[in-house]
Ligand binder design. Structure first.
Ligand code: NAD
Length: 457
């Protein structure tokens, strides 16, 4: 954990201006990239130990994402940092106007355990690119990955610049936030902890980005390509054992296609993970016993259409499809965040919308349809963070699409340039020459109303 004097040293370091030059920022990004590449095998081993992720999955969802963000930031840094000229309105002619890009200061980045590497270091890339100092708080529940990241961060950066603060979040974070005013807090994790962070930040008027969870619905219309839908839903619903913030949380399929979709999902699961998923190299494990116990309770809230097996000693839960969901059960109230996929059906859009409305502002929303009209209707009717048409979860891997929730699923967006923007203050400036100083701008104003209306109208 970080002491007050360490945090004050970071503030002084930031105020010295050293982190603000493009050369410094570029150097730090390059150092981080080199160190991640150096420890690539250690990262794989750590993620295997914490979550049983294969190297390929680690690359696509963790290291590869961070390295591609680093590449993008290095390529565009100077452009992103450049002052932005904007127009000036008639009232202020002949002034000129521009926006300066300033770093925020010392920022706190708090990560969760499910993609422990990507979700801590991805925001760091933007924080560095934008010229900030950063304190990194990893999740205590992915300890092997936390240890490798500590090695990377401490080998790469001066502690006055990027500080690694481990420990129990409930103790470490208030200890820092109550005594030190961060310039921004970037938090990824559960909605309940998000509220605690938001309250602490509000006490000191610290701006926040909250990347939270929620129940992300997945609509499958009668006109969807069921075979493709099943494959695309199955892969992201059960990747990392469903411990993914944007995994389809439940399916709402048109009644006429329910049986066909369930059959196709079963076939996909068999194709992907075989008949013994526990032994399959591409099937992960539940992070810990607490999450395991929480998930197993959901299994009795419907009929098992596929899977349903589990082994506590191995923290294994089979990829499971739940049918005939009990109304009012926890499985349709809480975010599932595990390898259990309820399949519900609808006959009218209103019926489906009513179910979605029980968990407002999903982080993600997916619709499978071949109709442009239906696609448009669904995208407009549901207030969600981001999503896909005829796909699931992959939107977050496109860094041109700002990623984030809304309302209950979070506030603020990042990825790619959006991360740089998030950690940047856009300082608006107007510059006015002195050679023109019209009397109409000064009292007496009497008789100038018509002129003002013309200029401002
Ligand atoms: P969590 O809230 O338990 O923990 C997240 C972080 O908060 C950890 O670093 C933890 O140490 C810290 N923390 C925990 N209790 C705290 C407290 N009382 N005070 C201060 N800090 C505290 O979340 P988690 O279980 O690690 O992550 C799972 C959740 O995160 C799911 O809801 C998931 O949907 C969400 N999530 C969201 C995104 C996204 O991008 N929106 C990504 C991944 C996960």
């Amino acid at each position: 954990m970080a002491t007050l004097s360490q945090l004050e040293a970071m503030q002084a370091y930031f105020e010295s201006g050293i982190t603000k030059t493009s050369t410094f920022r570029q150097e730090q990004l390059k150092k981080l990239k080199r160190c991640i590449e150096k420890y690539e095998e250690d990262i794989y081993a750590a993620l295997y130990s914490d979550l049983k992720k294969s190297k390929e999955e680690c690359w696509v969802t963790e290291t590869g994402i961070v390295l591609s963000e680093l590449k993008l930031a290095l390529k565009n840094l100077k452009l992103w940092m450049t002052r932005e000229p904007v127009k000036t309105n008639l009232l202020n002619v002949p002034s000129s106007s521009f926006i300066l890009k300033e770093p925020l200061g010392v920022v706190l980045i708090i990560g969760p355990w499910n993609y422990p590497f990507q979700l801590l270091l991805n925001p760091l890339v933007g924080a560095i690119a934008a010229g900030n100092c950063a304190v990194l708080k990893p999740s205590e529940f992915a300890p092997a990955t936390a240890a490798v990241m500590k090695k990377i961060v401490e080998e790469t950066f001066d502690k006055k610049y990027v500080l690694y603060a481990e420990g129990d979040g409930a103790a470490v974070i208030p200890a820092m936030m109550n005594h030190f005013r961060f310039d921004h807090v970037f938090y990824t994790g559960s909605t309940s902890t998000g509220k605690i962070i938001y309250k602490m930040a509000a006490e000191k008027l610290v701006p926040v980005t909250l990347e939270l969870g929620g129940k992300s619905p997945c609509i499958v219309e009668a006109d969807a390509n069921i075979k493709v839908a099943a494959r695309r839903i199955a892969i992201t619903s059960f990747s990392n054992c469903g411990q993914m913030c944007v995994a389809p949380d439940y399916i709402l399929v048109h009644q006429s296609k329910k049986a066909e979709l369930i059959d196709a999902l079963k076939r996909s699961l068999q194709d992907f993970f075989g008949s013994r998923p526990q032994e399959h190299e591409n099937y992960g494990k539940i992070i810990n016993e607490k999450q395991f116990d929480r998930l197993v309770k959901f299994l009795s809230e419907g009929t098992i259409a596929h899977g349903g097996g589990y082994d506590k000693a191995a923290l294994f839960i089979e990829p499971t499809i739940l049918d005939n969901i009990q109304t009012g059960g926890a499985v349709m109230k809480e975010e599932i965040f595990g390898p259990i996929l309820p399949v519900l059906s609808f006959t009218t859009k209103e019926e489906a919308l009513k179910i979605i409305a029980n968990n407002k502002n999903p982080l993600a929303f997916y619709v499978f349809t071949s109709s442009a009209t239906k696609e448009k209707e669904w995208l407009e009717k549901v207030a969600f963070g981001g999503g896909c048409v005829n796909n699931a979860s992959w939107h977050l891997t496109n860094h041109h699409l700002p990623f984030g929730g809304r309302g209950f699923s979070g506030t603020g967006q990042y990825h790619g340039k959006a991360t740089f923007d998030l950690f940047t203050h856009r300082k608006s400036v107007m510059k006015t020459p002195t050679w023109f100083d019209p009397a109409m701008k000064y009292p007496p104003f009497k008789g100038k109303l018509k002129l003002f209306k013309w200029i401002l109208g």
